[in-house]
Ligand binder design. Structure first.
Ligand SMILES: Cc1ncc(C[n+]2csc(CCOP(=O)(O)OP(=O)(O)O)c2C)c(N)n1
Length: 545
């Protein structure tokens, strides 16, 4: 009893990683995954870092894994797009120390720009993917993921979703976790680690053999299980939807899938033969449904359930409410459902230092290619001054494309700038993937104005430090990126780089108009500490003093 803990899904994953003997944890913040690495940082004997982006996080974790350390790398679903390049080839090289990637999907887009279903990545990259349903499983599956990773010499993806990452549940920790893995250090093995075509062709065969072997053995893994009850109706499901199915149909038969890739085909066949009518309950894409239909089974799923948004006990119940012919009925609605909450639309904080910039951009009716962060909220009234927002770092590429196309419209064929469009990006996003855009602009002789709204933190995801903060994940002091040197190194003239105080609107306005009017590639950095961080620091100082 005493040993029980109440943990979020994210904290449970961190505990699982600690119990598995992880010594290196990397990641880039992103809701709903952020708290995993923050939690792992509190354990002794573990190195953690916020890397500058997910690709680098993956690479650092992979280097450590190839040296024999057990490693964890965390990111949100769109982060895996950034890290996909190393992921696909890490599947070929294999790992040495266990390498587990936590990928947090966000059905219903609570705080994301899209709703992609990352189960497709596991299939495409040919790596195993596990999906827990509750906090205890989040920990247990993490432990199992390391076993799988080292047994099969492969990276393993652990998929969570917002509902699991952020829900609280009881978790029983191990009494004496064996954190005794010896780290051998890196050993040369060029046929395995240097993926020139001659080596990679052979490694691809290894990958296919590994997946074939796993495909057989996965049928016996305890993570997949048949719960045979009433055989008139059965559900194949996984993750959070499993809990909805159990709540609504406690008497139905269920195949709970814990290993999403590769699928336990024998178990699926056994289940489909044992149960009269099988429904697939899965959020987002018909990932299971298409594969199970391809096995020749007449199952139904997306006929009743949407490919957008989250499911809920109510939405799982709905198609069955008036469906006759089954010996079991959905359980009555509980009291807890459908509590209407008042809408809480987001807005820029009242004291945000960067409100002034948006006022100026609006006043001069400029087009603004935007990026992802708190400042995206500049799209909303009263500012309404963001015109694009697609992905992290995108603003700097978009402004260049607009400049090029516009110059064709005006007849200068890419030779001249565009005086009415600017890019706006935050400091963490600039470090993540904006710098390469700036380098591209310098190299390709562009003329745009790029504005970095620097608040010294990654505010949107909860104040994680970044290369513009001067501190690391554990509070340790470190270097801070020098915008001026960077701008010069990317080909900007020194007088095209201005760094101004966010609380001096006249200076900001002058800089915007002068730099834009110069028709040359320019960098304007507007600096003002995030108001929430400022207040937090004041509070800590007060408490300390
Ligand atoms: C590829 C990717 N990784 C992570 C995220 C999550 N995320 C959204 S905004 C943001 C960074 C915001 O920080 P910053 O650019 O400094 O702007 P601020 O919120 O501080 O204004 C992050 C990490 C994302 N949307 N996409």
């Amino acid at each position: 009893m005493e040993n029980r803990k109440l943990l979020s899904g994210n904290q449970a994953i961190a505990l699982g990683a600690y119990e598995a003997g992880v010594t290196v944890g990397t990641g880039y913040p992103g809701t709903p995954s952020t708290e995993i690495l923050e939690s792992l940082t509190s354990y002794p004997g573990v190195y953690t870092e916020w890397s500058v982006n997910e690709k680098v996080a993956f690479e650092v974790a992979m280097g450590a894994a190839l040296s024999g350390a057990r490693t964890l790398v965390t990111m949100k679903h769109v982060g895996l797009n950034v890290a996909a390049d190393p992921l696909f080839t890490a599947s070929y090289t294999g790992i040495k120390g266990g390498l587990v990637i936590v990928n947090a999907d966000d059905p219903d887009m609570h705080s994301s720009q899209n709703e992609q279903d990352n189960r497709h990545y596991a299939y495409a990259a040919k790596v195993p993917m596990l999906e827990p349903s509750d906090c205890q499983e989040a920990k247990d599956f993490t432990l199992f993921a390391y076993h799988l990773s080292e047994t099969y010499d492969t990276p393993v993806i652990l998929r969570t979703v917002t509902r699991l990452s952020h829900s609280l549940g009881v978790v029983i920790p191990l009494d004496n976790p064996a954190r005794d893995k010896k780290i051998e250090g890196f050993k040369r093995d060029i046929r395995k680690y240097v993926m020139i075509p001659g080596h990679a062709r052979k490694r691809h065969i290894v990958v296919e053999e590994r997946m074939r072997k796993l495909k057989d053995e996965v049928n016996t893994f305890p993570l997949n299980r048949i719960e045979l009850n009433d055989t008139s109706i059965g559900f194949i499901t996984s993750g959070i939807p499993y809990t909805y199915v159990k709540e609504v149909f406690p008497e139905a038969s269920v195949l709970k899938i814990g290993v999403v890739n590769p699928l336990p085909e024998k178990l699926i066949a056994d289940f489909c033969r044992a149960v009269k009518k099988v429904y697939i309950v899965e959020e987002l894409d018909p990932f299971f449904e298409l594969r199970i239909k391809a096995l020749g089974f007449d199952v139904e799923g997306k006929k009743y359930y949407p490919v957008t948004g989250e499911l809920s006990p109510d939405s799982v119940r709905k198609p069955f409410e008036e469906k006759p012919g089954f010996s079991i009925k959905p359980r009555e609605k509980g009291l807890h459902t459908e509590i209407p909450l008042p809408p809480r639309p987001p807005s820029l904080c009242p004291g945000c230092p960067h409100r002034e910039v948006f006022k100026i951009l609006k006043k001069h009716d400029l087009f603004v290619t935007g990026d992802i962060g708190c400042y995206t909220l500049g799209v909303l009234p009263p500012f309404t001054s963001i015109d694009t927002c697609v992905e992290m770092g995108g603003s700097i590429g978009h402004v260049q494309g607009i400049e090029i196309a516009t110059s064709f419209k005006t007849g200068t064929g890419g030779k001249e700038g565009n005086s009415n469009t600017v890019a706006v990006i935050g400091d963490s996003t600039f470090a993540h993937s904006g710098i390469t855009g700036l380098l591209n602009a310098g190299y390709n002789k562009r003329h745009s104005l790029i504005i970095v709204l620097d608040n010294s933190t990654t505010a949107m995801t909860g104040m994680q430090p970044n290369p513009l903060s001067g501190e690391r994940i554990n509070g340790e002091k470190t270097s801070r990126l020098d915008y001026r040197k960077l701008g010069q190194a990317c080909g900007l003239d020194d007088n095209q780089i201005r760094i101004v105080n966010a609380y001096k609107p006249a200076e900001i306005e002058d800089a915007v108009l002068t730099l834009l009017g110069s028709g040359k590639l320019s960098l304007l950095v507007v600096q003002g500490l995030c108001i929430i961080l400022k207040m937090r620091r004041k509070k800590t100082e007060k408490n300390d003093g």
